[in-house]
Design a protein around this ligand. Sequence first.
Ligand code: SF4
Length: 375
Amino acid sequence: MAVAALALADKSLQPFVHSLNRFGIQTPWYKRGEVRTTYNYCDMCPWRCGVVVQSVGGRVVKIDGNPKDPKSRGMLCARGQAGASFLYDPDRLLDPMIRTGARGANQFRKVSWNDALDYTAEKMLKIKAAHGQEAIAFFGHTSGDFWFTDHLPQAWGSPNAAKPSMSLCTSPREEAATLTFGRAIGNHEPVDWEEARCIILIGTHIGEDARNTMMQDFARARGRGAKVIVVDPRFSSVSMKSDTWLPIKPGTDLALLLAWMNVLIGESLYDKGFVDTWTVGFDQLAAHVKPFTPEWAAPITDLTPDQIRQTARMMAAARPQSVIVPGRHVTWYGDDSQRMRGIYIINALLGALGAARRLYQRRLPGGARATHPTP
Ligand code: SF4
């Protein structure tokens, strides 16, 4: 009967198809009517992968990655693929609601957008009259929040605008980058996945929470043989794919980073050419990390001195195509900006910053790429 349904399900036979469906015989979505293809971007997270959307009868039935989009490259993560169910979730909030009962009593009434905007404007004007416009703060998150947190507060006249999601996520990374390089990273991590030969992940759970593009980049790098070191108290998905898993005691990453610096400098494994050309303060750094030996860090981190030394040597062996991925959601313990500064300093010791440019300059005759550049 299912085969018969497939064969008979075209537009002229829709009533018959519906009858079959009533008996639990489902026709495939692309046989249920005219399929319309539109292009959009995924809004299930702030990464915004390009998507191709298939709809039948005005209803979205399938979402795929757009092969021409540089972020999705034709693929979506599981969350992105679930976009259609989010769209039609019966609990999805579709209209503005105004609270009618006591706070917490869960009593609301549905209102039109015009009513909601008038209601909000009235409240804002009241606050402005009583306390001034700066008494209002604007908080936003992800898609579309630029209008809400950047433009609207300026038009209104309040400097109080923030994205709390940032302080829970990438802010320590940005602060540390500003302190270390004089410039924040911005949004996407500038990691040269194509060239990396050693990838170090500290508390980064690629495959569990990372973005679609990063997952693809990581899989490709691993597939072509890049070494992977994962620092994580938990045996995460990406730990299972690693060459070396360091199950560190939570909250002690900074001790590990200091000990890695101690080994890189103490054993002269760092990129001297890069350090001499591009950095300041190396002598102070070398003096500072001298006491932080692997033996010092071992009881703090619950790792062995040997694990710390071997991993430092492993990352140095692949430099400058060796990088600690800055990651996202780096707000953990309170010393996060310092941990991120440590990560950036190690990337500088490895000569990883701007390494691709130096590799390109060393293109061999005939256009081949030098795979083991000297610093
Ligand atoms: S990473 Fe996943 S959820 Fe985020 S935009 Fe891409 S497909 Fe959507």
